[in-house]
Design a protein around this ligand. Structure first.
Ligand code: GDP
Ligand code: ZN
Length: 360
């Protein structure tokens, strides 16, 4: 089997190993997903594919279906006699999840097996630390390694101030400063994009993601945006979603990846400082709002923590709690909270039952 093609698309030993478990099937990587139709890259090129009846039948949640970046086992390497059939999804190394539109609690996976995610924020008007915190939460939760990329340094006049602000938020994360208008302004990214590595660029529209991808590619493969222009609809289904770079790395650029909402974000990672402080709160379930002996409040008083950071933490916690619930569930959650703790729904139901009885 000629596997070179797959190495260009990020194949590593781990997946090659796992694939040997499936005799008679071929390893491939999902490059495009459009509803139920897929494209996969096999040893002989990109071909059309669909999931097997069995896979579709046993799938119970969104995440049981393949997404861009997945390594899958298919029944053929060319589609001369019809679409390839995807029989298995190999164990995912990381997943990026977006809350499904509407109200269901189920998240929608938008991409899988990303090693490094570049969180892009421009050093001019897009600079927003709260947004950065959100993206960091998403990244930590995905199992991919976040790297902060501060773009457009050519437009920035207070770099050291901004860097120290980012440092305080992105604890333990590499922070890169780039500009796409100078040839040596972005080469630092290559350190993270190597053979067998899959990366993605996330961040607001207009911060320079497409420009950076084009630079990595060495040619203009993505249309870039004039500043301030609305880019909705720019990423059509014809847009390449799995991009093999000349140096061997791979970029995943699905429409869903670009503007992720917060979902199952791992707050404890991006707010490790608050969690650490909280260990010294008198109450283990301290909400750091009005409890006595609160070490977090104490730290704010001593100027060791900004009040804004705490309030963002609390706000995110509340949002996460309610996000993905429909209005009835939100109400139930509130009742739970009102009655406190476990078994509260039971109490609440009994309460409302009794109340209804009295009223009738
Ligand atoms: P995306 O929406 O994040 O993909 O952003 P684009 O790559 O489309 O870039 C948005 C605009 O910013 C375009 O007009 C780019 O030419 C411009 N841009 C990108 N990188 C830089 C940079 O490093 N410096 C400056 N001054 N402009 C940039
Ligand atoms: Zn506290």
């Amino acid at each position: 089997m000629n596997i070179t093609n797959l190495y260009k698309f990020g194949l590593t030993e781990r997946f090659e190993q796992e694939a040997t478990m499936y005799e008679g099937l071929y390893l491939a990587r999902v490059s495009v997903q459009h509803k139920n139709l897929y494209k996969v890259v096999t040893t002989s090129g990109e071909i059309q594919a669909e999931v097997s009846g069995k896979l579709g039948y046993t799938a119970t949640v969104n995440s049981d279906y393949p997404v861009v970046g997945d390594w899958v086992m298919v029944d053929r390497v060319n589609d001369w006699n019809g679409h390839a059939i995807i029989h298995h999804i190999l164990r995912r190394k990381s997943v990026f999840e977006r809350r499904a539109a509407g109200t269901s609690k189920q998240g929608q996976i938008v991409a899988a097996n990303i090693d490094t995610v570049f969180i892009c924020m421009s050093l001019n008007n897009n600079f927003n630390l709260r947004r950065l915190e959100r993206y960091l939460s998403i990244a930590w939760d995905s199992m991919a390694t976040p790297v902060v990329v501060l773009t457009k340094v050519d437009l920035c006049e207070d770099l050291s101030q901004k860097l120290s602000e980012v440092n305080a938020v992105a604890i333990g994360v590499d922070i890169l400063v780039t500009t796409s208008i100078k040839d040596d302004g972005y080469t630092i990214l290559y350190k993270y994009i190597d053979k067998g590595k899959t990366v993605a660029f996330i961040g607001s529209s207009g911060v320079g993601k497409s420009t950076l991808i084009n630079r990595m590619m060495g040619k203009e493969i993505l249309a870039t945006n004039a500043i301030g222009e609305d880019d909705k609809g720019r990423h059509t289904t014809t847009h390449r979603q799995l991009i093999a770079l000349p140096n061997g790395g791979v970029v995943i650029d699905t429409p869903g990846m670009r503007e992720l909402q917060i979902e199952h974000a791992d707050l404890s990672r991006s707010f490790a400082d608050i969690d650490e402080l909280a260990e010294n709160c008198r109450f283990s379930d301290c909400t750091h709002q009005s409890e006595p002996g609160c070490a977090v409040k104490e730290a704010i008083k001593k100027d060791l923590l900004s009040a804004e950071r705490l309030s963002n933490y609390i706000k995110l916690q509340t949002e996460m709690k309610y996000q993905g619930l429909n209005s009835r569930q939100v109400e139930q959650e509130k009742i739970e909270k009102m009655f406190g703790g476990m078994g509260a729904m039971k109490q609440a139901r009994a309460f409302f039952k009794a109340k209804n009885k009295r009223n009738s």
